[in-house]
Design a protein around this ligand. Structure first.
Ligand code: NAG
Ligand code: NAG
Ligand code: NAG
Length: 373
């Protein structure tokens, strides 16, 4: 039985072989070429990943498409730690509830990074400090900047390289802020901490010609200001809150007057310590896009520093009027930003949501032009 069927199968195969003999060689060749090509591409992939400066050709990695972002984990490369300040890279999910983000500072992962976030102040002196390797087609570059035009330079380095902006300007693709006001569900009781002192100011960078310095020089003729900082009274980070909370007013003077440029001077230094902010910076109208109009005093509300000083003395004597600067706190509270990790995690969240192709031909034009405020 077995030998018979074995015989007939052999016969059948021989018949088939004879019929298709002319195809065997081409099929064999085709399969060999295919497997060779496949192995080649694997080798290329592995090789390119170890050689940071090699040219990246399209590899199997390139089949990623942007529309997948919502489901897959995004790899976000922190190109440089901003100002060299290290921060934990694993807190997006645990601290900020943003999942599907892998932050990394490992440049070896450049070839697989979905986005590269580049902090301007750390690359602005040398164009070569930008990534030099061609990028995978799906990879987006994010221009991260927290400084006003006065402080930064060489924006032309960025021409035709970046896909998204990440700044304190509200019209950035990724808007990062030093703080914000949030409405509370239930009206809250407001207890103003006891105040024994009048005006405080903490200042680190002292550029003599700067508007805020000139204003202070004028103001101090009429009212005494306790100045803390590098060249003034020392104030450690630990003592900051307990010291400033004793003051009725805090000079939240920005180093630049620029659209939406409102920094920790307002948020943590002043509102965070329950000192009424006296602001110098962008316009009152611009401030009011971020905080209630009755939460602060603007230097522009007065024709001169003398009148401002006079007004502060008046409020000092009139508790009822002073208390009005805290009324908004019945319905709002201050959320102070906790800095780097939160900002990078937010960037990842936006990158997951915003998946269109986009190129910024000139970051310089965007940042220096049309900045009406
Ligand atoms: C690489 O991928 C991009 C995007 O899919 C494509 O435009 C480009 O032509 C590819 N390059 C090569 C060499 O295949
Ligand atoms: C606010 O003050 C009122 C009156 O003193 C008190 O009954 C209420 O419990 C307070 N609410 C909160 C949230 O502390
Ligand atoms: C990002 O910008 C680069 C450089 O302008 C451009 O070639 C690329 O297509 C852009 N990519 C995306 C995903 O927008």
């Amino acid at each position: 039985m077995f030998s018979l069927s074995f015989y007939s199968v052999t016969m059948m195969l021989r018949q088939i072989a004879q019929k298709y003999v002319k195809w065997i060689l081409p099929i064999f060749l085709f399969i060999s070429i295919l497997s060779f090509a496949w192995r080649r591409s694997l080798v290329t992939t592995v090789f390119l990943n170890c050689q940071e400066t090699e040219v990246v050709k399209n590899t199997s990695l390139d089949t990623k498409i942007l529309t997948d972002n919502k489901e897959t984990e995004l790899v976000i490369l922190v190109w440089v730690y901003p100002y060299g300040e290290r921060f934990p890279l694993d807190s997006c999910e645990t601290v900020y509830g943003i999942s599907g983000c892998k932050l990394t500072a490992d440049r070896q992962l450049y070839n697989v990074a979905d986005a590269v976030i580049i902090h301007h102040a750390d690359i602005m002196y040398n164009k070569e400090t930008l990534p030099q390797t061609p990028r995978p087609h799906y990879q987006r570059w994010v221009w991260f900047n927290l400084e006003p035009p006065l402080i930064i330079q060489n924006l032309h380095f960025l021409d035709n390289l970046f896909n998204l902006t990440m700044t304190f300007r509200q019209d950035s693709d990724i808007y990062v802020t030093y703080g914000r006001i949030e409405a509370v569900k239930e009206p809250q009781n407001v207890t103003i901490p006891p105040k024994s002192k009048l005006v405080a100011w903490v200042v680190s960078k002292w550029y003599p010609g700067a508007p805020r310095i000139k204003y202070y020089e004028e103001l101090k003729k009429y009212i005494s200001v306790d100045v803390y900082g590098n060249e003034h009274m020392k104030l450690s980070k630990q003592d900051f809150y307990n010291t400033i909370i004793q003051y009725k007013f805090y000079l939240a003077f920005e180093n630049s007057i620029y659209k939406d440029y409102i920094t920790e001077k307002l948020w943590s230094n002043s509102l965070g310590t329950w000192s009424v902010p006296v602001v110098l910076g962008t316009s009152r109208k611009n401030y009011e896009r971020f905080i209630p109009g009755d939460a602060f005093i603007h230097v522009d509300d007065f024709p001169s520093a003398k009148e401002l000083a006079h007004f502060l003395f008046e409020l000092d004597k009139d508790d009822e009027r002073y208390r009005k600067y805290f009324n908004w706190r019945h319905h709002h509270h201050v959320k102070v930003s906790d800095g780097w990790p939160g900002w990078y995690c937010k960037a990842c969240r936006v990158l997951k949501e915003q998946t269109e192709y986009q190129v910024i031909p000139s970051v310089e034009k965007w940042f220096l032009g049309n900045a009406s405020f």
